[in-house]
Design a binder for this molecule. Structure first.
Ligand code: ADP
Length: 252
């Protein structure tokens, strides 16, 4: 269960992350994962037997050109989509599970508790205020009582420095601000892992930098972050990188 621990505000900016060569202790094991998409046009193998690991506390970058299979790999890790063969084993939330062996219901609950997901297009609900967007996943999981959840939502907005905008609708703030709200929403149920699919893809470089600062701060405070990007210039900002090309692991 999430604790009532304080969320540290972003202060003087994060220190650079140390380079790591091996993920340890292991949080997620990806064993020989193959994903074939079938359509009327035929079969397409998007992942051709991926073996990889994610270490606890890493800021892991999954890097590759558009179409390389990055989002597909992320979906295999979170169990958002079925794999064709292989296995993903996760040691999160004090339990070891074979992700794709779980029932749909258990998988959905497990994902909701253990993963916060951030998308390129923010995907905030336009009719809800910012604070209500953060309350939404908390209401779904029911981990917090109503009053505690509202306090936590405000605390998360403070973390991303948007507390004063709490009652605005998403369309009344900038794209970078919306992405910060989306990160706050991803943190709502205090998951150990954040996965982010091109979270800076539609932001200018200065705004993207503020998103990185939020992520770096979260990693310093114990979160594991897996981020997908096509932009190799971002590579130095991760604590470790996995390169994908044409559905396979690549050297760079
Ligand atoms: P990336 O995230 O690296 O841009 P994706 O994982 O989205 O790549 O896609 C990898 C490949 O799989 C691409 O060629 C894409 O067109 C294909 N693909 C993705 N989703 C589907 C799908 N639902 N049906 C068929 N092909 C798909």
């Amino acid at each position: 269960m999430p604790s009532n621990r304080k969320i540290e505000p972003i202060s003087s900016g994060p220190a650079p992350l140390a380079e790591k060569t091996a993920p340890s202790p292991i949080l997620i094991e990806i064993h020989n994962v193959v994903k074939v998409y079938s359509s009327a046009a035929g079969d397409f193998t998007a992942l051709k037997g991926i073996n990889a690991q994610v270490g606890t506390g890493e800021f892991l970058g999954i890097i590759g050109k558009s179409g390389a299979g990055k989002s597909t790999l992320l979906n295999m890790i979170t169990g958002v989509d079925h794999l064709t063969s292989g296995e993903v084993i996760a040691h999160v939330g004090g339990k070891t599970v074979s992700v794709h062996a779980m029932s749909e219901n258990n998988l959905a609950l497990w994902r909701g508790l253990n993963f916060g997901i951030v998308y390129q297009s923010f995907q905030l609900l336009p009719m809800l205020t910012l604070v209500d967007n953060i309350l939404f996943p908390m209401d779904l999981c029911g981990l917090y009582r109503r009053r505690a959840s509202r306090e936590r939502a405000m605390e998360l907005l403070r973390l991303v420095e948007l507390e004063e905008h709490a009652r605005k609708l998403p369309n009344f703030i900038s794209g970078g601000q919306q992405q910060r709200v989306a990160i706050a929403r991803a943190l709502a149920n205090d998951p150990p892992v954040i996965v982010a699919d091109e979270p800076t893809g539609s932001l200018d470089s200065a705004t993207a930098d503020t998103i990185f600062q939020v992520f770096e701060h979260l990693v310093e405070n114990g979160k594991t972050i897996i981020m997908v990007t096509h932009d190799n210039s971002l590579a130095p900002r991760f604590s470790r990188r996995l390169y994908l090309a044409d559905g396979e692991m690549a050297a760079t």
